[in-house]
Design a protein around this ligand. Sequence first.
Ligand code: SF4
Ligand code: SF4
Length: 369
Amino acid sequence: MSKVYYTKVEKKEDPSSVSKKTSILLKKVPFLDSISKNDLVGIKTHFGEKKNIGYIRPNVIKRLGDLLQQKSKRVFVTDTNTLYIGSRSNSTEHLRLAHTHGFDLSNIGIPVIIADGVTGRNFTALDIEGKHLKSVKIASDIASCDFLLCLSHMTGHMQTGFGAAIKNMGMGCASRAGKLEQHSNVLPEVVRTKCIGCGTCLKWCPANAINFEGGKASGPTGRRAGEAVIIQEKCIGCGECTVACKSGAIEIKWSESIRNLQEKMAEYASGVIKAVGRERICYINFLTHITKDCDCMARDEPVICEDIGIMASADPVALDKASVDIILKTNNKDVFKTGYPDIDWSPQLEHAEAIGVGSTRYTIEEVRA
Ligand code: SF4
Ligand code: SF4
């Protein structure tokens, strides 16, 4: 049985009270006392998308950062770049967005670092013994951490039913190539009618897997004749070309089944645990402003149930199971299935438990903060 700590949060509770409660929960989990001076401590979170307001607030990060810095000065807050093109697909735009949401050194007292590098290429490969994967690609600066605090805002999700700690670890800590590997079981393809022959993808491809073919007239001077074609035998599925192409001509096939996607996500989470160390990660879920879709949506999402509270544990599976259980119990229905009736969220929990990420069996201790 894993231990899960829980504290209630009232509707529209004062942000300073929420941050105080979070720091009290963090002190309950065996984590802080193990951190030594000079340990590299990452806080993994999500900085939100444009117009989205669901992300965990900077004042919470500041309070936790202050607490962690009493142990080590090498504390930073982090996320990874997205698989798809958008305002978080490279570190320059990602950091700019984080800054506009209040995540910068002057405001939160710790640096913001995008863990997979400027272009999302930096990863550490780790061998695992998964059902689907034998190796995972974890963002380098997360894999380098001595300790990791995984802060997850729990929401619904169109493919995983809900997203919380397992998703934040598995998908959120993967490099672009790792995210592509989870979402797709086929390699990207060029839509030849959209290709303008600019050659940018050729420059970016690390595997020399792009050729030019066809008789389409070349573009302005310096552009290539024909259209790009991906040589499937050479392609390593890194996904670089999909964000490099400004014409949107290289498409990701979001082809992986719901079950396999969730199982791969759990396997990636096991890779992060392998990199950092099981006893060196603490997980906190925020069951507040719970929405049908995740914080990657560039809109103010309507909430699907009342605020419930904050939960913390050293076991991500127990934490996610306890989180989903309390949400369903409080609402007397599966609010995640109301949003996506065909999506079963249980494979992420079942597979994570099967491969040793954690246990679905837990006890809850309510913390009065
Ligand atoms: S970057 Fe896009 S438009 Fe340019 S050659 Fe490659 S596929 Fe075509
Ligand atoms: S996915 Fe990576 S390896 Fe494959 S063509 Fe695109 S850039 Fe090259």
